[in-house]
Design a binder for this molecule. Structure first.
Ligand code: BDP
Length: 728
């Protein structure tokens, strides 16, 4: 009897282990569809057919077989000819006569667009997945699988899709020692030590995941770069990665450290106008393209936070960017020149500096240069207004940099869906060419070369992103890079269906939770337009009192400007006048307190504590209320998730539940510490019924997180910032 129950227990454990999921499969799980739908889907996908023999066609076929055999729970045959109804034919008009004969609407879709159509060929009912190139068909194949994963009907398909943005890139901030700057999912997936001999299979799964979203490039290393990556030994390693990614339509890019000619080239200068320096970069580009014929190009962080750049030689950003552009141009490469620049010497409002640096050079950059501009003027905060540079440089290719890794949004342990934040940025109206010139439109239409870059949140953790829900941010980035006008809630709904299941009882509440999560984080960290209130350096917990960081504009006190008289940064004409950098209707809107959205109020205005808010509360009461709402909403997410246990496997349920507990703990800390600090400024009592902070202000001030992840190991940065930050 006892023996039997042990067997039963063992069997039960095996079953649950078989069903447990650790998140490795991301949104490409391909678990079998429910019995009642099986017959229908099986009829629509009986075999995979292609006449192309390219490496891309091979991985497309492999993915379709893998996906369909998983979803339909049966073996799927492949071949070069159609045998019967239900064949899934993929390819291009050039490599398939059947596809050419169908006269699909492929014109105007470019090399990466696709058409998926239910059609009849030779009397057979088939599904055709076609592109103008094999990569287009690959993207179509992933889309076809997604339709089944989301349980959409696939018997009358007529899908036409093409990316609106040309370069859709991940930016890894991975170091050569396998640590990651601002990485919260373990070490780097790029193991430089064992390359070029060994490429871990994981890199193939990385390429599959990216290709499933249409991401077509990746910058392999940190913007705070080491020149070593440009030496022959490392170029050979990069070439091996490029070979691995190529079938998936993914190009590799590198960060070019501006001082490389001196560090690895033995020159005595890196002056961009020096002929020897120019020749060095030309030779370097030739050497790279010899090893990697489709190398994408360089990303550069110059004269920013201590990184070398053209200004070290009295030259400007255009001189620097154009020199590299000249070296890459013969090979078709591009330079992505980051606009995240704020000078040490300039005492002006930090958020004005990038615009001031770059606006005067509009039209001076070469055609294969793209300015890479962070979404906001400061630095990936929970909420910032869009950067005034969008729309302001019409004669310069200008792309967007988003941060997928949540450096300022609670790392991997806070559930914060960024799709809604990015949608807010893309749909902001710049008025660059009159009303309706949204940031999304400006990025897509203003430029010859269009770019969307996302600072990766990927690491060596089994679940890739450090949490299950952070996978949604990788997913949303890819989807929005393809179409910046896509809707965040629809993307979230797709992700939930693919990642968990397509049960409305589960996915509706989860999507609602995701859609509210960003506002929740804003509320418990930086409500009403506050920004940069995190403890310096690690950027984890609250630090609104910090006033002794290396430079003035690294201090939270610089940003909130709270005192007895009130709180907020006056960026109108009576203050720093940053508003003037926006086009007139936007500038006017932000100049006036009454027309500034409340969620950006303290970003633009310094207001007395008794200022009356729309709710009828005073500013002080509203601030305290918002912090509390943030904390409460995290508890509500935890309660909601607990109810959804029956719909999720144990492992992914548990990690999410645990992390929501961490988030609740942190939200309380953020709320209490911030309220305690700002009360010491306002001198006002808490609104009635509000709980007092659990501890005194001095308690919160002495907290520190010296081992918070994402800061890397000592010596990680090749060049430290000019003055070391003092906070943990
Ligand atoms: C800041 C990060 C820092 C990056 C910098 C950048 O704290 O680690 O190097 O951005 O974007 O947000 O260059």
């Amino acid at each position: 009897m006892r023996f039997l129950s042990l067997i039963a227990l063992a069997a039960a454990t095996m079953i649950s282990a078989a069903h447990a999921e650790d998140g490795y499969d991301l949104w490409l799980r391909y678990r079998p569809v429910e019995k009642q739908a099986l017959v229908r889907y099986r009829a629509a996908a009986t075999e995979v057919v292609s006449a192309s023999h390219s490496a891309t066609a091979k991985v497309t076929s492999d993915e379709l077989v893998r996906g369909l055999s998983g979803l339909l729970a049966k073996k799927i045959a492949t071949g070069t000819t159609i045998h019967g109804n239900g064949a899934v034919l993929f390819g291009t008009p050039a490599n398939s006569k059947t596809i050419a004969g169908l006269k699909l609407p492929l014109a105007g879709l470019g090399p990466e667009g696709y058409v998926i159509k239910s059609a009849t060929a030779n009397g057979r009912k088939i599904t055709v997945i076609a592109g103008n190139s094999d990569v287009g068909a690959l993207y179509g194949a992933f889309r076809f699988l997604k339709e089944i994963q989301a349980r959409a009907p696939v018997d009358r398909l007529a899908i036409v899709s093409a990316p609106k943005v040309k370069l859709r890139l991940l930016n890894h901030w991975d170091n050569l020692d396998a640590t990651i700057e601002r990485g919260y999912a373990g070490g780097s997936i790029f193991n430089w030590w064992t390359l070029p001999e060994h490429v871990p299979p994981r890199l193939v799964d990385y390429a599959r995941a990216n290709a499933s979203l249409g991401i077509n490039g990746t910058v392999l290393i940190n913007v705070n770069a080491s020149s070593l990556i440009l030496t022959p030994g490392y170029i050979a390693k990069v070439a091996r990665i490029a070979d691995t990614f190529r079938p998936y339509g993914i190009k590799v890019y590198l960060v070019a450290r501006f001082s490389a000619p001196m560090e690895i080239g033995r020159l005595t200068t890196a002056d961009p106008l020096d002929p020897k320096v120019r020749a060095w970069w030309r030779n370097k580009a030739d050497e790279i393209y010899h090893a990697i014929p489709d190398f994408g190009g360089f990303l550069v962080k110059a004269n920013s936070e201590g990184q070398p750049g053209p200004q070290d030689y009295g030259r400007n950003h255009a001189d620097g960017a154009n020199m590299l552009a000249e070296a890459l141009a013969p090979h078709g490469g591009v330079v992505m020149w980051r606009a995240f620049v704020y000078s040490h010497e300039v005492p002006d409002d930090r958020i004005k500096q990038a615009y001031n640096e770059f606006k005067p050079f509009d039209g001076k950059f070469a055609d294969n240069v793209i300015l890479q501009v962070k979404n906001g003027a400061l630095d990936f905060q929970p909420r910032e207004p869009f950067s005034a540079l969008f729309g302001a440089t019409p004669r310069t290719n200008t792309g967007m940099e988003l941060q997928i890794t949540k450096e300022y949004l609670g790392f991997n342990t806070h559930l914060v869906y960024l799709g809604s934040m990015w949608q807010e940025v893309f749909q902001s109206d710049t008025y660059a060419k009159g009303a309706g010139s949204t940031v999304a439109k400006v990025i897509v239409f203003n430029n010859k070369l269009t770019l969307m870059a996302g600072v990766s949140n990927i690491g060596a953790d089994r679940n890739w992103c450090g949490s299950i829900f952070d996978q949604a941010n990788w997913y949303a980035f890819g989807r929005l890079a393809w179409d910046p006008d896509a809707k965040a809630d629809a993307i979230a709904a797709d992700w939930v269906k693919l990642t968990f299941n397509a049960n409305p009882a589960f996915d509706q509440p989860v999507v609602a939770m995701m859609m509210g999560s960003r506002e929740t984080a804003v509320n418990y960290m930086t409500p009403l337009g506050l920004a940069h209130q995190m403890g310096t350096s690690g950027h984890y917990g609250p630090g609104p009192w910090v006033d002794d960081a290396g430079r003035q504009d690294w201090n939270p006190v610089y940003y909130h400007r709270a005192g007895k008289d009130g709180i907020g940064f006056d960026r109108t004409a009576t203050g720093s006048n940053a508003v003037a950098q926006y086009f007139p209707p936007v500038a006017e809107k932000f100049s006036r307190v009454e027309t500034t959205p409340e969620n950006l109020l303290l970003w633009f205005h310094h207001l007395p504590w008794d200022y009356k808010m729309a709710s009828g509360r005073t500013l002080w009461d509203e601030l305290v209320t918002r912090y509390g709402e943030g904390e409460d909403a995290v508890h509500a997410m935890g309660a909601e998730w607990a109810k959804l246990k029956p719909y999720v496997d144990d492992e992914r349920f548990a990690i999410t539940a645990d992390y929501l507990r961490i988030q609740a703990r942190d939200a309380k800390l953020w709320r209490d510490a911030s309220v305690a600090y700002f009360q010491s400024m306002s001198g006002l009592p808490l609104p009635s019924g509000m709980r007092a902070p659990a501890h005194s202000l001095s308690y919160y001030k002495q907290l520190s997180w010296p081992y918070a992840p994402g800061q890397g190991s000592p010596g990680r940065k090749v060049t430290p910032p000019p003055e070391e930050e003092t906070q943990p």
